[in-house]
Design a protein around this ligand. Structure first.
Ligand SMILES: [Cu+2]
Length: 202
C-alpha cells in the first residue's frame, strides 16, 4: 500500500516529464496533487486492541481501487495472511495449487457465517463484502490455513495492535472522519489531519 500510494503521488510528475516541453494542462487539481503540496501525515493514536481504525475523507470516500483484491491459496497457506479491502470491492479467493481447498468466512465477533465454498485447483470464487468488519478465513481441510480479511470504507485503515497503538502512514492532510469499529459497533468523529504527524485518541 505504501509503495502504491507513493507511486500514485509521483505519477503527475512522471507524466509531465514524459510530455517534454509541451505545456502541461492539469485539469482541476486532484486531491493527490493538493496532498503533495501540503505534505503527508502519519496518523497515530490508541484504540481498543483489535479494533479497525479507518480515516474517511470528509469530501467523500475515495474511489474504489481498480480491479479486485486477491487472497490466494498455495503451499497450504492463505496469501496474504491479512488482506485489507474496501467495502464494495470484489475479492477473489483463488486456489493456485494442484490441491483442493475450501474457503470458510465468518464474521469476527459474532462468528456468523458469510460463505463457505470449495475451491478446486486453479479455480476462484469472488465475494464482495458489503459491511465493514473483520472476517476470519479458514480452510477446514487444512486446519493450519487461516487468514483475516479487513473490510473498510476507506483505503486509510489499520488494526490497533495488542497494546492498542495504531499508525496510518501517508495520509494527505485535510478533513476526515475517524471510524473506529470494535466488536461490530462503529463510532465516528471528525479529525483534521495535519503533517507531519496527527495524534488521535478514541
Ligand atoms: Cu486447504
Amino acid at each position: 500500500m505504501k509503495h502504491a500510494r507513493r507511486t500514485a503521488c509521483l505519477l503527475p510528475f512522471v507524466l509531465i516529464a514524459a510530455c517534454g516541453p509541451q505545456p502541461a494542462k492539469p485539469a482541476a487539481p486532484a486531491p493527490a496533487a493538493e496532498a503533495a503540496s501540503n505534505g503527508m501525515a502519519v496518523v497515530t493514536g490508541t484504540a481498543p486492541s483489535g479494533s479497525i481504525v479507518a480515516l474517511i475523507p470528509a469530501a467523500g470516500e475515495s474511489p474504489l481501487p481498480d480491479g479486485p483484491a486477491v487472497m490466494d491459496q498455495y503451499s497450504k497457506t492463505f496469501v496474504p495472511s491479512v488482506l485489507y479491502v474496501r467495502v464494495g470491492q470484489p475479492v477473489e479467493f483463488r486456489n493456485s495449487e494442484d490441491m483442493g481447498h475450501n474457503v470458510n468466512v465468518t464474521r469476527r465477533g459474532t462468528g456468523a457465517e458469510v460463505f463457505g465454498v470449495a475451491t478446486e485447483p486453479q479455480q476462484k470464487y469472488v465475494h464482495t463484502f458489503d459491511r465493514a468488519g473483520q472476517y476470519d478465513v479458514a480452510c477446514d481441510i487444512h486446519p493450519g490455513m487461516q487468514a483475516l480479511v479487513v473490510a473498510a470504507a476507506s483505503s486509510f485503515v489499520t488494526i490497533a495492535d495488542e497494546q492498542g497503538a495504531f499508525s496510518i502512514p501517508n495520509v494527505p492532510a485535510g478533513a476526515y472522519k475517524v471510524a473506529l469499529t470494535f466488536e461490530g459497533r462503529t463510532v465516528e468523529r471528525p479529525l483534521e489531519v495535519k503533517g507531519p504527524r496527527t495524534d488521535v485518541k478514541m
